[in-house]
Design a protein around this ligand. Structure first.
Ligand code: DUC
Ligand code: ZN
Ligand code: ZN
Ligand code: ZN
Length: 483
């Protein structure tokens, strides 16, 4: 059964043009005028764009004494309802657990996914077993490895471990990723705040100032440069971190930054709400920042110094958040956003003139497909590409509310926000999974997307490489010992 999306305007990262799109066998088979097929989807007044790719989710993840509340079932339903057709989740070994063992757990969790997905691997500890398993993980199609520079005593890795892991990845052609916050300083500040009686959610923001993120981003970039590995910085939330990424790019390094839709549209005043639940529900790391930092992130998307908009979707219920009453360090870190990323970015980005529709496609889909090496199978409207598409109605409006969301949690951090620009249809490999406001789920439809290593290294300007084969200098006149 073929399908034709008719009367729409195709919008990709670089082109805008009127055309019908024909789909068969889950793939795009033809693009052009006046196409016919067994089934017609009307796209009059709509844009036909590559479905969103969210490269940063934590579904059913064990974290801070609990599990994130959305699993691959509710998480990928939320994705599709918001026009996202692929998620990349983090397989997270607990310290001491093998990478392949963790991967098995993630394979089992993801069997009910409604849309395609891939994984990043987290490196939460370091020894010979991790070193030996890395190539096997890459053979499985997982080429991106995330390192936590925060969460001291739990997931954090130290600089020696970062350097060892980054060097191994450079050798294997992988990409290093970092959660860039100085975990030692965060731990010190948190202890001080608690000792002074600052126990509420606002102390979470005080414990993670922008400097801890800027310092860690700079450090990660320098360590990546010495190791010669490309670096992807997740959840870039502030100017200090953005500045480091910008500078690295200007120096010719492959470094990418990923702001989240939450940091672009919500600010630190959320933590000073007098309702404890309201503030705690918004506790995530890094925390929300002030308007100057938001401006910096928007500017980065405009100029191309920041590449991708993600969510870090890691949702916890109010009850889960309440385990941190009396001690902000025990509030599970994380917020939702999968269903709202595209409508919020369209509303605050395209409708305000900050982003063109083509730039919107680039930062929500195409750029990350290229970075992760699954382009043009994903992130493209091209013959032969997977028919992961969103038919986008720029005139459709709604008010975001927890009552109508797919996520399993009992609130939404964007509650009450008016959005203009919503999916009319979302297609996952040709299957219409969302139509006219209704989800049509098929658990297990989603397939794992394996990715090949790109093998790109960072060698442009670094002089460090000259030192990797060190030669001792022959010297004369060495003083005799014991003089
Ligand atoms: N930050 C969060 O807020 N949640 C999950 C992990 C992270 O780094
Ligand atoms: Zn993180
Ligand atoms: Zn994360
Ligand atoms: Zn199917």
């Amino acid at each position: 059964m073929s399908k034709v999306i008719k009367n729409g305007t195709v919008v990709t990262a670089d082109l805008t043009y009127k055309a019908d799109v024909k789909i068969d066998g889950g793939k795009i088979v033809e693009i052009g005028p006046d196409l016919t097929g067994d089934e017609v989807l009307d796209a009059t007044g709509c844009y036909v764009m590559p479905g969103g790719i969210d490269p940063h989710t934590h579904l059913e993840m064990p974290f801070m004494g609990t599990y994130s509340a959305d699993d691959f079932e509710s998480g990928t339903r939320a994705a599709l309802a918001g026009g996202t057709t692929m998620v990349i989740d983090f397989a997270l070994p607990s310290p001491g657990q093998g990478l392949l063992d963790a991967l098995k757990m993630w394979d089992n969790k993801s069997t009910r996914a409604h849309c395609d997905y891939s994984f990043h691997m987290a490196v939460t500890w370091w020894d010979k077993q991790v070193f030996d398993e890395m190539p096997k993980v890459i053979e499985r199609g997982i080429t991106t490895f995330k390192h936590f520079m925060a969460y001291k005593g739990a997931l954090m890795v130290n600089d020696d471990e970062l350097y060892a892991s980054f060097s191994r990845l450079a050798e294997l052609g992988g990409i290093a990723m970092v959660h860039a916050e100085n975990g030692d300083v965060v731990a010190e500040l948190s202890a001080k705040l608690l000792a002074a009686g600052n126990t509420g959610p606002e102390a979470h923001a005080y414990s993670r100032p922008t400097q801890v993120e800027g310092e860690a981003t700079n450090r990660a970039i320098m360590i990546a440069d010495m190791a010669g590995v490309p670096l992807y910085v997740v959840h870039t939330s502030c100017e200090e971190s953005h500045e480091a990424i910008r500078r690295a790019k200007m120096q010719g390094k492959r470094v990418w930054g990923e702001p989240l839709i939450q940091h672009l549209t919500l600010d630190e005043s959320e933590y000073f709400n007098t309702d404890w639940d309201h503030a705690a529900r918004r506790v995530m790391s890094p925390p929300f920042r002030n308007k100057q930092h938001q401006d910096s992130l928007w500017a980065g998307l405009q100029s191309g110094s920041l590449s991708v908009v993600a969510t870090d979707h890691c949702a916890f219920t109010t009850d889960q958040k309440r385990t941190g009453v009396g001690d902000f360090t025990k509030i599970p870190n994380g917020t939702g956003g999968l269903e709202d990323r595209l409508p919020m970015l369209w509303t605050h980005g395209v409708n305000t003139g900050r982003l063109t529709p083509n730039e919107f496609v680039a930062v929500t889909s195409t750029n990350i497909a290229k970075i992760l090496n699954c382009y043009p199978r994903k992130g493209a409207v091209l013959v032969g590409a997977d028919a992961d598409l969103v038919v986008w109605d720029p005139e459709a409006t709604k008010t975001i509310t927890a009552d109508s969301q797919q996520s399993a949690i009992d609130y939404n951090v964007f509650e009450g926000q008016q959005v203009k620009g919503l999916p009319r249809y979302t297609l996952t490999r040709g299957r219409v999974a969302f139509a006219d406001g209704k989800i049509n789920p098929e658990p297990g439809h989603g397939q794992f997307v394996a990715r090949e290593p790109k093998g790109s290294v960072n060698q442009a300007l670094s002089t460090w490489k000259e030192l990797t084969a060190p030669r001792p200098v022959e010297r004369s006149g060495i003083p005799a010992t014991g003089v």
